[in-house]
Ligand binder design. Structure first.
Ligand code: SAM
Length: 303
């Protein structure tokens, strides 16, 4: 059966790849910014693939999006204003809108084609979030937007594709970009971003992103969760404009805040959080041994 399928080959660097049996391609085009595919994998259901890399799948997108959104939103005492950078599928929005204190969300995604395709083909992801009256959706380069607009947010969630060569997100992983983000955070402001593969063999990118964020912000933490459709442990970096609000977030306090906000979650809770923030010694050592600080003159490139 699988032999009759087409195969999507997702490269993890030059020496390794994961192969996905694909039953159908719903979309296969090149937008002004990137190659866009929406495919049905035999194992993971519908998948969004940008520039050859799986962004999320129907089967387990909730693991990724709950992990990306809720640690940051729960670390803030009362998030009212949120910026989503990228996040084309609308699932990041879906998770943000679960928090009852949210009054306004600005989502800036550079690619209207991706967002329109996600609206049409991935309703299970956004579940109507694009129709929420609290949303302002802007199609622009998010760095340019932040440079041009005197805006500030309680929480900024950076849900960008990996910085592949010629991809649209490369200048949003630099020291200069995080300096702009820091200025756009309100008091108590929290920032979180997805930061790539977290396996021992492919730690360079995470290490560079973590160290770059830590060079700008007072306290930065790595965390991780296994995403079956990525075939690897996936990482995030979370930080705050001042102080260290993550210290007080033990599992009991998190479960209390989840209950207080009546969040209906499938994967993330206090116990999951403990696992996500627990990082093996050898992985910490590998991360900490990296020396790269990503700069506008020294960009990170993922193969
Ligand atoms: N979940 C994802 C992953 O694993 O990498 C990322 C999600 S989402 C599909 C990424 C979005 O970021 C895309 O819709 C893309 O158009 C958008 N994007 C890329 N570069 C951008 C930029 N410079 N400014 C704003 N949005 C950007």
């Amino acid at each position: 059966m699988a032999k009759e399928n087409k195969w999507h080959v997702d490269f993890t660097g030059p020496h390794m790849a994961s192969m996905y049996a694909i039953e159908t391609y719903y979309v296969n085009l090149v937008s002004p910014f990137q190659r866009v595919e929406v495919a049905k994998s035999s194992l993971f259901g519908k998948c969004l693939i940008l520039d050859g890399k799986i962004q999320s799948s129907e089967f387990d997108e909730y693991i990724y999006h709950e992990a990306l959104v809720h640690p940051a939103m729960l670390a803030h005492p009362r998030p009212r204003t949120v910026m989503v950078i990228g996040g084309g599928e609308g699932a990041t929005l879906r998770e943000v809108f679960k928090h009852p204190s949210v009054e306004k969300v600005v989502m800036v995604d550079i690619d209207k084609d991706v967002v329109d395709l996600c609206k049409e083909y991935l309703p299970e992801w956004h579940q109507g979030s694009f129709e929420d009256a609290r949303l302002e959706l802007i199609h622009a380069d998010a760095r340019q937007y932040l440079e041009d607009n005197e805006v500030a947010f309680d929480v900024m969630i950076i849900d960008l594709p990996e910085p592949v060569e010629e991809g649209p997100s490369r200048r949003l992983f630099t020291r200069q970009f995080y300096q702009i983000v820091k200025k756009r955070l309100n008091e108590n402001g929290i920032m979180v971003l997805q930061s790539g593969d977290f396996s021992l063999t492919f730690m360079e990118a995470h290490s560079a992103i973590y160290k770059t964020v830590a060079s700008v912000m007072p306290a930065a933490y790595s965390y991780h969760v296994f995403i079956p459709s990525f075939n690897t442990d996936w990482s995030f970096v979370i930080t705050a404009r001042e102080g260290d609000p993550f210290k007080e977030l033990d599992s009991r306090e998190l479960d209390r805040r989840i209950a207080e906000r009546d969040l209906q979650l499938k994967s993330y809770d206090g116990v999951t959080h403990q696992g996500m923030f627990s990082i093996p010694k050898n992985i910490r050592a590998e991360r900490d041994s990296g020396t790269m600080i990503i700069d506008d003159d020294n960009l990170l490139t993922i193969d």
